[in-house]
Design a protein around this ligand. Structure first.
Ligand SMILES: [Zn+2]
Ligand SMILES: [Zn+2]
Length: 197
């Protein structure tokens, strides 16, 4: 792990503590940071008072938020929907996540310029394919190879695991639990997040 207990603050005031630490278990670093941010958003729902929510965030409020805050939030969203006030507006949590996604991407690319982070990321850093594509497009040329290397390493490993699973399943054996979920995450981002593909 890198940067443990280090709080870095970039020029725009964005604080990222351990969100982007390279950790073999976390899968896509950007997804992991966004998932944490989304949980924080949902916990602070009473401060944010969103008036318009997409399908995924309506369900997350209904299922994961404290009942009092969830009821208060959904009552407000429901009243606005009845009066047509939310028509044409986009989900406020999605908007916050989009902003955060860009901040995390900028922070990641800044960190990737340091040799220690680069080495650690090359060894076991993860990115889902949608985030790898996005970061590749935004990265300076000299960092693109590292992103491609990481995705190829992860894709190759998952592909090999899938082939073992397929062969085993064909003869009635169940092996490699969790492989299908890891492949899904690699293809479309972490479960419960709405990542633009
Ligand atoms: Zn991702
Ligand atoms: Zn949303």
């Amino acid at each position: 792990m890198l940067g443990k207990n280090n709080m870095t603050t970039s020029q725009n005031g964005f604080n990222s503590s351990q969100d982007l630490e390279v950790n073999q278990e976390s899968g896509c670093l950007i997804c992991a940071a966004l998932k944490k941010f989304q949980s924080d958003c949902l916990e602070k729902m009473c401060d944010q008072k969103p008036r318009c929510l997409c399908s995924i965030h309506t369900w997350l409020v209904a299922k994961s938020v404290d009942a009092e805050i969830a009821a208060d939030t959904l009552l407000r969203v429901l009243d606005d929907a009845l009066q047509g006030k939310s028509y044409g507006f986009s989900c406020e949590i999605c908007s916050s996540l989009e902003e955060r996604e860009q901040l995390e991407a900028d922070e990641f690319l800044t960190r990737l310029q340091t040799p220690a982070y680069q080495a650690s990321f090359r060894e076991h850093g993860g990115l889902c394919i949608p985030h790898a594509r996005r970061l590749f497009d935004q990265a300076p040329k000299e960092l693109r190879e590292i992103i491609v290397f990481s995705v190829k390493r992860e894709t190759g490993a998952l592909r090999a695991n899938l082939m073992v699973l397929l062969d085993s399943a064909r003869v009635g054996m169940q092996t490699h639990p969790g492989v299908l979920g890891r492949v899904a995450e690699h293809l479309v981002g972490k479960r419960g997040l709405q990542i633009r593909l």
